[in-house]
Structures are given as C-alpha cells and as structure tokens.
Design a protein around this ligand. Structure first.
Ligand code: MRU
Length: 361
C-alpha cells in the first residue's frame, strides 16, 4: 500500500456524504468516515480527522455543498440565509488555516453570482461542481509545487520536513512532500527524508513517516529537539515545510515548531523553503503578527498520546497549534505559479497573487 493511493477527502459516489480518511487513527488503522451532518463535519475538522490546510479547504467546500443540498426549500432568500449559517458554523472549526475561510468564501461567491439566474435546485448542482473544482485544482496545484520543488533537489539529498504537508494534507501529493513524489516518478531512489515527530499531535511521526515509508522512501523519524543535531551532522541539504497562512510580507504560519526549524536552518546555512498554494497566501494580512493562532486543549500536551498522564495535574500548559516563521528566515516560497524569493511582497505581485483577494478572516 502506498499512502498516495488513499483518498484523503472526497464526495461519496451517490453525492450524499463527505468521505474522509480518519487521520487520528493513522498509522495503525486505515478507516474512512462518512459524514453528512453539520456537527460531524465540524468535529472532523476540529479534531484533525481531516487536517492540513488544503484538505480542510476541500472538506469545507464539500461540507457546505452537502449541508445546502439537504435543504428542502425553493425560496432563494431562505436558502441563502441557511447557506450563511452553515458557512459561519464550519468556518469556526479552526482559525489559522486560511483555506477553510477561502474555500467557504469561494462557494459563497458562486451563490452571490448565480442566485438571480438559477433556481435553488440548479444552484445546488452548481455548488457541487464548484466543490469538485476546488478538489481537482488542489491536486493540480500540489503537482506544480512538487515539480518546482523537485527542481531544487539533487540526487541523494537529505530533506527535513516538519508536521505533515504530504498527500494526507491535501487532495493528493501534498505540498512539502510533493517534490519527493515527483522525484519518485522520475526514478530517483536515493532521496532521504527526515521527519520531525511534531509534538504534540505527532503529524510527522504518524503521517509523514507513514507516507514516506509506504512510498518506498528512505525515511527517518526524529524528535523535534533532535533537528539541530542532525543538521550539525550534515545530513540535511534542504528544508521543505507547508504553511497555513502566509502574510503579504512573506511571514508564514505553520505547525508549531516550524519557526524553530527555520532558525536552525539559518544557523547551519541550510536552505529553508515554504510550500504554499496560492490559496494560502493572504494579502489582507500585512505581517505574521496579525495571524490568529489556534490554541488547543492542554490534554493534547499532558496525556493525549501517552498510556498515562505525563504531567502533574493542574499544571499550566502552553499549546499553540502554529507559529509564525519570520520572512527573513525563508529562502523561498514555492507556489504553483512559481517560486517567490525576497522581497516577497514584490515577488507575490509579480506572480499575480492579487492583493485584493477576499475570503480571509
Ligand atoms: O494542525 P494540522 O495538522 O492541520 O497542521 C498542518 C500543518 O501545519 C501543515 O504544514 C499545513 O497545513 C500545510 S498542509 C499542505
């Protein structure tokens, strides 16, 4: 089995439910969940059953379509009111990954553009097609990022990655791990991928190491606090990470610990690349300090993955899910339209990442 063959997020054949691979069970169990109720879709996003910024966006697009398809009404005004209620609810599941609000806003734009022209039944069908388009585009975008990232690699390179920005985090291929999948297609067999375990939810250990191993890649797992040691040994030639929201100046929010990896990479002179679909770049945010960082329950740190609690009862816990890597530490930002190099604001403009995009929070 190759993780690339797993469908992370899709619509069921009969179009009546959202099917997600439950990532909280990996790598031990491969189980899909069929979701059709608002609370279940919200919970799947909140609990990271479906996770990774692009995959969250696809899940939200299918989710809002499904919830609207279930509405038994012909009146357009009432339909739009219900749409917005569901949109706000799904949007509240996670705050940092811009793809969630971006995908919901994109679906809402269909509603705004077509409501005067179509019946409710026709609009439902249009929403279904838009959700499919978001998924299809995500696959194409990931491949382009993979191709551009691949061109930065040399045979035998050691790649460090943090969290999981692989096929499980997107509709297919991933962003930070996409260059590795392209390299495999090209017949390269000697890349080495080093996966930070990524405390506290272990996306690196449970997901990236699993993905790379099932793809036949030489994969090594390390605890987050071992990254400096492996860089000092000279094993790492390049760092690829994903992102959840990129500010107009290039500051990039990604899984907690990413900024530390960037600081280490700078110290050791290792190129540090952020892989970012254009949907993740949020021109409405001028710098990283404006990005809302999700805080998660203390139990994720004190007990979640342990057989028994590993911290004293009542201890205060700091558990931000993301941090912001300062743009000055980033060598380049790989988008599907090209690689942006500093100064990032100018590069984003040159690549046509428009400054007036809507849908951000
Ligand atoms: O909390 P998660 O697991 O959703 O965090 C995921 C990440 O931080 C990824 O690196 C990011 O979403 C990019 S996925 C292509």
């Amino acid at each position: 089995m190759n993780a690339l063959s797993l469908d992370t997020v899709r619509l069921s054949e009969d179009g009546a439910s959202l099917i997600i691979l439950d990532q909280t069970l990996l790598p031990g169990e491969i189980r899909y969940r069929e979701l059709s109720k608002a609370e279940d879709i919200w919970e799947a996003i909140y609990a990271l059953r479906v996770r990774g910024a692009p995959a969250i966006g696809v899940a939200a697009a299918y989710g809002i379509y499904l919830l609207c398809a279930q509405l038994d009404m012909e009146d357009m005004e009432a339909f739009c009111t219900q749409f917005r209620k569901h949109k706000d609810y799904l949007n509240s599941a996670r705050p940092t990954a811009v793809n969630l609000s971006w995908a919901l806003r994109r679906m809402e734009r269909v509603l705004e553009d077509e409501r005067d022209r179509l019946t409710v039944a026709e609009l439902k069908e249009r929403l279904r097609r838009e959700a499919h388009a978001i998924r299809d585009e995500d696959i194409a975008i990931s491949r382009s990022i993979g191709q551009l990232g691949f061109e930065l690699l040399r045979p035998g390179d050691g790649i460090l990655t943090h969290c999981n920005a692989g096929t499980l985090a997107t509709a297919k291929y991933g962003t930070a791990l996409a260059p590795v999948y392209i390299a495999l297609e090209q017949g390269w067999k000697d890349l080495r991928v080093f996966c930070d375990e990524t405390r506290p939810l272990l996306q690196g250990a449970r997901l990236s190491a699993f993905e790379m191993q099932t793809a036949g890649v030489d994969a090594t797992l390390l605890c987050d606090n071992m990254a400096s040691s492996i860089m000092a040994r000279g094993d790492i030639n390049i760092v690829f990470v994903g992102c959840d929201r990129v500010a107009a100046n290039g500051d990039a929010a990604n899984k907690i610990g990413t900024s530390g990896v960037a600081i280490l990479a700078r110290h050791y002179g290792i190129p540090f690349y952020v892989c970012a679909p254009s949907s993740t770049i949020d021109p409405a945010i001028t710098h990283g300090g404006e990005i809302v960082i999700e805080e998660r329950p203390p139990e994720e740190v004190t007990e979640l993955w342990y057989r028994q609690r590993m911290a004293p009862e009542g201890v205060k816990v700091y558990n931000p899910a993301f941090d912001v890597t300062d743009h000055s530490l980033i060598t380049g930002i790989i988008t599907e339209r090209g690689i942006a190099y500093p100064p990032f604001d100018q590069a984003f403009r040159r690549l046509g990442l428009t400054p007036d995009r809507e849908g951000s929070q």
